[in-house]
Design a binder for this molecule. Sequence first.
Ligand SMILES: Nc1ncnc2c1ncn2[C@@H]1O[C@H](COP(=O)(O)OS(=O)(=O)O)[C@@H](OP(=O)(O)O)[C@H]1O
Ligand SMILES: Nc1ncnc2c1ncn2[C@@H]1O[C@H](COP(=O)(O)OP(=O)(O)O)[C@@H](O)[C@H]1O
Length: 228
Amino acid sequence: MEHQQQLAGDGSRSPVKEKPLVSTIGKSTNILWHNCPIGQSERQNLLGQKGCVIWITGLSGSGKSTLACALSRELHCSGHLTYVLDGDNLRHGLNRDLSFKAEDRAENIRRVGEVAKLFADAGIICIASLISPYRRDRDACRVLLPESRFIEVFMDLPLEICEARDPKGLYKLARSGKIKGFTGIDDPYESPVNSEIVIKMVDGECPSPKAMAQHVLCYLEENGYLQA
Ligand SMILES: Nc1ncnc2c1ncn2[C@@H]1O[C@H](COP(=O)(O)OS(=O)(=O)O)[C@@H](OP(=O)(O)O)[C@H]1O
Ligand SMILES: Nc1ncnc2c1ncn2[C@@H]1O[C@H](COP(=O)(O)OP(=O)(O)O)[C@@H](O)[C@H]1O
């Protein structure tokens, strides 16, 4: 198979015959990586932005989906291509086979991390909005996306505020024991320690959805994500 070129003494290139590198990845054997001539940088140039993942983590009711939607709208209106991966929504399809026990939450985050990586490779600003309660699972996604392409946003709101909002009535059900293993009630949430962005209350008030989106937008502008 001809898949590499060798530089000859006169500077011309001639094909080198070499055995292809075949490897085992997970449970897949005898597989090869296939490169495409159009790569991430060409797609980024087309879109005028850097592909990245904005990973929003926090308790249920902390405003993850609200921020994801507000940010997506702001970016869209200023000519940037985004896509929102929302935990609740993905559990309707891709992740419908997963429960909320720790190993299923880990698999949920792993899958969404891999999907988000594809979106970033496509040059898209991917906004992932999931509770993602375990630090180890979030950090594994960060490793998947080197070159600062993983931007963690921590919704640092107190449980009492999230519980008071309770838009789906799930905290009420968890408190009465009708939902077991609910994050923040009888299941853990490990707060991030190295988030790029933290959204928190100021003088007892939560910033408005527009203000939260502006906060992230400023970070993207200042760090060069909104140009190729
Ligand atoms: N046991 C339990 N714990 C937490 N959340 C629960 C649970 N059961 C159902 N829900 C609803 O599922 C939404 C969270 O899904 P995620 O995929 O983001 O969760 S996780 O990242 O795998 O922990 C979450 O959505 P948000 O409120 O938008 O966070 C809940 O509506
Ligand atoms: N910045 C905010 N200020 C006031 N209310 C908010 C804000 N962000 C979210 N909310 C409200 O809080 C509730 C939970 O928000 P949501 O985005 O669904 O949270 P999550 O996705 O983290 O579960 C919703 O009723 C939403 O309208």
